[in-house]
Design a protein. Structure first.
Length: 297
């Protein structure tokens, strides 16, 4: 929300989910904010690039399953760009889903695009799920693949359609066994599929250990952090779960791939004097993607 308000990228929908902080931040917090905002900028653009490449390859004749979607606004942004897949699913804990559905029901800028893209019978909505012809929100626990599949199928999941699964800072909160089970389920369920995973990497060095300690102090346990030791470990977990090929790049590399004219624009938005901290942070996050492709897309 902070990054959007400063102008790093455009997202007219995030304001309906997240309130802008009113109080002025201390300079050192603002410096931290600018480091984080530039990091979010790379994450949003990097993940977006892969999603759009998948949608272009499949000519939108596909579906997206956003795992642990939280208050993500991707459905609305894709609709604005005329890039909606045949069906867009979001999955999160029932408590998170209930909050999101409440916001959608009470705010026309969110509910109207869902109605506009809907066709067929009446739209189904209750406190823990929403189901329209193009967009569904499902309350489920990702640690149970059978529960997840059952709920998605109830909302018209089509296992024969090319399917993209997106997980941003989700798998790291699951044990290695739980995330492997989820990845194996996806690889065995969809003949043509792609998965995008954004999360921590290089977590065995000193900087990584400090990140883990800071999170533990806030009672935030990274149950799957052992798989985040390197780019190789990230690739291996995908290949070991039944995916045909896998790639992983750290976020500093992603940042260097982005259109440099826009990078210059965002670097001028705020004075980023913590260059070393920024680079260290970016080297400790990565985007991984893998595919399983029986039709050679």
């Amino acid at each position: 929300r902070f990054a959007v308000s400063v102008g790093y990228w455009k997202d007219p929908y995030i304001q309906h989910f997240v309130r802008q902080a009113k109080e002025r931040k201390a300079p050192e917090i603002n410096r931290g904010n600018s480091v984080c905002a530039a990091g979010y900028y790379a994450r949003v653009h990097g993940v977006s690039y892969l999603i759009k490449a998948f949608l272009e390859k499949t000519e939108c004749n596909s579906q997206i399953v956003n795992l642990g979607a939280g208050m993500d606004t991707l459905f609305w942004r894709l609709k604005d760009e005329n890039l909606l897949p045949k069906k867009y699913f979001e999955v999160d804990f029932p408590m998170i889903v209930a909050r999101k559905i409440h916001n959608i029901k009470s705010k026309p800028p969110l509910s109207k695009p869902i109605m506009e893209s809907h066709s067929g019978d009446s739209l189904l909505i209750d406190s823990h799920s929403l189901d329209s012809s193009r967009y569904s929100i499902v309350g489920a626990d990702l640690r149970s693949s059978s529960d997840l599949e059952e709920k998605l199928r109830k909302h018209s999941l089509d296992t024969h359609l090319p399917t993209l699964l997106v997980a941003e800072c989700v798998l790291v909160y699951m044990t290695p066994q739980q995330s492997a089970s989820l990845l194996k389920w996806a690889a065995s369920t969809f003949p043509v599929a792609m998965v995008i995973n954004y999360e921590q990497v290089n977590m065995r060095d000193r900087f990584g250990q400090i990140m883990i300690e800071n999170l533990q102090r806030r009672h935030c346990n990274l149950a799957g952090v052992e798989l985040c030791s390197s780019l190789d470990s990230q690739r291996e977990r995908l290949l070991g779960s039944g995916w045909d090929n896998a790639h992983a790049v750290d976020m500093m590399k992603v940042y260097s791939f982005l259109p440099q004219a826009d990078v210059k624009r965002i670097e001028a938005l705020e004075f980023l004097d913590e260059k070393e901290l920024f680079e260290q942070l970016m080297q400790h996050y990565c985007i991984c993607w893998a595919s399983k492709d029986s039709s050679n897309l």
